[in-house]
Each structure stands twice: as C-alpha cells, then as structure tokens.
Design a protein around this ligand. Structure first.
Ligand SMILES: NC(=O)c1ccc[n+]([C@@H]2O[C@H](COP(=O)([O-])OP(=O)(O)OC[C@H]3O[C@@H](n4cnc5c(N)ncnc54)[C@H](O)[C@@H]3O)[C@@H](O)[C@H]2O)c1
Length: 254
C-alpha cells in the first residue's frame, strides 16, 4: 500500500497472529517503528525479530490486554523505546464458547468481555494519555461483523464487539479537536488461525455456509484488513473519525 509511516510509531495488540500480525508487517513495510504486543510473548518476539532481520524497526512485548497494569506498561515501553505513539490498532480478541444465552457461563462472559471489550477500553485509555500530550494520533479498534448483527450462540462475542462502537464514537467526540482520530474496523470472515480453530472446533459447515452468502463470493485475506487499518491511521483519512468501516466482501449489506 502506498502510504508512508516513515518516522512514525505504531502499536498493534494481538500482533503474533492473523490480522494483528498482518497489520504489524504492513506498518513496518510502510516505514513505521512497530511494537508488536501479544500475550503469546515468544510469538510476538519472534515476529519482531523477523521484521528486524528484514531491516525494519520492531519490538515484541508481552501483554495481556485484560490486565490494566500490563497495558499501561505496554504503552510506556513503546513510547520509551520509540519516543512517541502515532498509530494504535487494538486488535487482540478471542471467540466465546458457543452456547445459547441460557447456557452461557459467567466465566466465559468475564473472559471474552475482559479481552474483547475491557481490553479495547484499557488500550485506548493508556494510548490516549500519550496521544493527548502529543496532540496527535490515530486509533483503530477491531470490532467485527459481529459488532453489527446478532449471532446465535455468540451473544457474548457479539455484545463485546457491539460495545466497541460506543467507546470508539465517544473517544472520537472527546478528541476530535485535539488532533486525535478514533475509528473501528469490522472485518468479515477472514482466514486466520482463529478461523482455523473454529473449523477444528466443528464449525466448518457453518463457516462454509457463511462463505456462500458473502456477496463477493470469497473469504477475505488478513492483508485486506491491514490495508484498511493503515488507511484509517494515515493522513489520507485525516477527516475520518468515529466511524466503523466494514471490510467484509459486502457481508453485512443484507
Ligand atoms: N478472522 C476473522 O474472520 C475475524 C472476523 C471479525 C473480527 N475478527 C477480530 O479480529 C481480531 C484478530 O483476530 P484473528 O482472526 O487475527 O485471530 P487470531 O486468533 O489469529 O489472533 C489473535 C491474537 O490475539 C492474541 N490474544 C488473544 N487474547 C489476548 C490477550 N488477552 N492479550 C493479548 N493478546 C491476546 C492471540 O495470542 C493471537 O496472537 C480479533 O479481535 C477478532 O475478534 C476476526
């Protein structure tokens, strides 16, 4: 993608796999120094090492986004290492255990909300503390097509992803005149290790049926989400804030 992040610093959570890894690579290839954060520390470090070996600037950071102290430390380490924070992609997320609402557990509710909603709130909070001082920055939160429609047996995941829009719009209102933009992205079905896991868990037929109803007739690629994230974080999107952009082959049109 022809967008330059030369001299800029990007932070990506859930950066060891799938959409986060693709975005971290795209930021690095566009010239940014990149902090790759993930609770899988070894994988985050390995991905950062690979980027550094290819001449980019990257660090791998262990961070569980459901833990405020770890999130605060992740943002501080990024700023201490690279001097500033220009772009943040709050991407880390997990699936819920499939269950109809009457059978869902408090444990699964707390686990999924802790990562998918509280984690995004916590990342925004500490990122914005630095961006507010700089009076500049762009944040993209990872929602989902599940943040726009309901999903049987997926209520906890969909509720968390719906909640992201509330945080995104509210922060966009707060910081609109202070040089900071906040948007969300709603990926459709994108082939990543998370989707591999859904197949392993017996959801292969449901995913095939879903694929058939995608207007563009195919599953998406992680790079297609990364392109949208980079655009939203770039000056090319300088008048875009508080929006939720679907990148889903047209899935939520009907
Ligand atoms: N793949 C899809 O079809 C799809 C569709 C819509 C939305 N999404 C969303 O995109 C995001 C990325 O999904 P993916 O498909 O790349 O999944 P993935 O499982 O391939 O990658 C998720 C990454 O997040 C990390 N992670 C999980 N919990 C964490 C935590 N508490 N703290 C830090 N890191 C944590 C994992 O270790 C992993 O590296 C998620 O928020 C997901 O809900 C994915």
């Amino acid at each position: 993608m022809n967008i330059s992040f030369e001299g800029k610093v990007a932070l990506v959570t859930g950066a060891a796999s799938g959409l986060g890894l693709a975005a971290a690579k795209a930021f690095a290839e566009s010239g940014a120094s990149v902090a790759l954060a993930d609770w899988n520390e070894n994988a985050a470090r390995a991905a950062a090492d690979e980027l550094n070996a290819r001449g980019h600037k990257a660090i791998g950071i262990r961070c569980n986004v459901a833990d405020d102290a770890e999130v605060e430390a992740m943002v501080s380490r990024t700023v201490e290492t690279f001097g500033r924070l220009d772009a943040a992609y709050n991407n880390a997320g997990v699936q819920n255990v499939l269950a109809e609402t009457a059978d869902t557990t408090r444990e699964d509710y707390d686990r999924v909300m802790g990562v998918n909603l509280q984690g995004v709130w916590s990342c925004m909070k500490f990122e914005l503390q630095h961006m507010r001082k700089q009076a500049s920055g762009a944040i993209v939160n990872c929602s989902s097509l599940g943040g726009l429609v309901g999903g049987a047996e997926r209520g906890i995941y969909h509720a968390a992803k719906h909640g992201i829009h509330g945080f995104t719009k509210s922060a966009a209102l707060e910081y609109g005149t202070r040089g900071i933009r906040v948007n969300a992205i709603c990926p459709g079905l994108i082939w990543t290790p998370m989707v591999d896991q859904m197949v392993t868990d017996g959801q292969g037929d449901a995913l095939k049926a879903m694929e058939k109803s995608i207007p563009m007739g195919r599953v998406g690629r992680p790079e297609e989400i990364a392109n949208a994230v980079l655009w939203l974080c770039s000056d090319a999107a300088s008048y875009v804030t508080g929006q939720s952009i679907s990148v889903d082959g047209g899935f939520v049109m009907r």
